[in-house]
Design a protein. Sequence first.
Length: 255
Amino acid sequence: MHAGLIAVYLLVAGTVAGFISAIAGLASLISYPVLLSIGVPPVSANVTNTAALIFTGLGSTMASGKELHGHRRIMWHVSIVAMAGGVIGCLILAYAPSASFEKIVPFLIFGAGVAMLVSGRHAVKKQTAQSDGLIKQGLKNGAIFLVGIYIGYFGAAAGIFLLSILTVTLTTPFVVSNAIKNFTSFTTNILSLIIYAFTTKVYWLLAIPLAIGMFIGGYMGPIAVRHVPVKLTRTVISIAAMLLGLYLFYSAYFK
């Protein structure tokens, strides 16, 4: 494929992926296969995708100032816990084969869809602002830490996992939890890329048009969330994730 066509292809794919990521965290499920389709090896496609994903996070964070205002403390808390996990995930990717992960991903994605669908019922019931008990706080931090490991290792649908956790454990509105999710993915991807730059090969020239598209899509996503019914958004995301999980299960075990 001609270099110019590849750039346009990646720009369009990046815009779509960035938009979906800002709303649901599903960018890698579009951008990762796109990189594979132009011949990038799997591990390099993964890390190149992470390089571009940073700009989705940048765009969505810039557009989410309204939602993040007054929630900086919890935003940084979630982000730091996830980044700690991200370091471990990056090291696993650098020293362990990624092929085996294909067998696990379908279950994780399907489970994330179910978790988001179920968490929607809890989100309707607003709790009073009370401090979490030590056990609840530990479980929440542990879950966020595991998502951080996942972001550092592969990351596809990590946003769904994190958003599910936040909507269950936080008393903030859905749009605020979504903004915190975007910021956390942003910071964890930055840290992951720093580690990737020293351990694996990043296709920087391919990352540029993909990143531009992701910035555009990432900026548009939070704006769209403000005008789309939360229940509809959650339902569509949940069903899409479960269907994708079933498809990946078929691809991993029967093809």
